[in-house]
Design a protein around this ligand. Sequence first.
Ligand code: GUE
Length: 294
Amino acid sequence: MTAITLDGVTTASAIKAELVDRVAILRSNGVVPGLATLLVGSDPGSQTYVAGKHRDCAEVGIESIRIDLPGSATSADVRAAIKDLNSRRDVTGYIIQLPLPVGHNENAMLELIDPSKDADGLHPTNLGRLVLGIEGELRSPLPCTPAGIVELLRRYDVPIVGQRVVVVGRGLTVGRPLGLLFTRKGLDATVTLTHSRTVDLAGEVRRADIVVAAVGVPHLIQADWIKPGAAVLDVGITRVHDEVTGKGRLTGDVHPDVASVAGHLSPNPRGVGPMTRAMLLSNVVKAAEQSLRL
Ligand SMILES: Nc1nc(=O)c2c([nH]1)NC[C@@H]1CN(c3ccc(C(=O)N[C@@H](CCC(=O)O)C(=O)O)cc3)C=[N+]21
């Protein structure tokens, strides 16, 4: 048996095609959605992600604005850039590319974002709405990776209600908000949020109907940890040096042998990554649609 691939590239393309039409409607109503990215420093991974976000915007008709600050930028410089993005009329949503270089207080910077322009759903107000909106009635942007994971499972009809979900990793952008999302009314999963101090991680994962691995430890999740037929989502990514080719290569948290045990498997790359980007675009479009309703 080999797992059904949860294909993030194809699914994200379908979502982008839907967004094209919604952007056209916004534009015909005089609203031009514009996504800005704020990048500090020259980390090659971050450069790649930011470039990808601008390509995605062009694909669906969202304007995009790129603000790059040098690695030498002070926290005052970053604060000034955020203030500017909050006031710019052409920026309807934006993200601060994480991680910021050492020396900057990320949480303090995220808190300065105008919550109505928070395309990542990481401002405390929007994270708070995720907690308050236990039935999902509060319309606020959801963090992109958790939203992308749920959307990918939905589009492949993987059952969620009542299922045991084990999330490996409790980080701000994936694990922590994903636990909140999966336990909302309507999704109704039973979530176990595990982390580096979890005792018997293998035992926890073995009970799961859905496993989400978001830690950034290459091949941590072994085939004999997986309940046969479970859905496995590989989110963590690590750039490793390939001894054979001499080039850089991306490696997920899930061992390749998991494919012979799992029922569904999201590969990495080409799984949750493209879905994350599609959800970012969706957040920008939704926020612009909301501004039209006012
Ligand atoms: N404020 C903020 N918001 C984020 O959403 C955010 C962030 N900071 N910092 C870094 C992480 C990482 N992240 C990815 C998004 C897409 C891919 C993606 O599309 N990956 C491709 C491969 C791309 C490649 O070759 O590197 C794939 O999975 O197929 C990966 C990683 C968003 N993040």
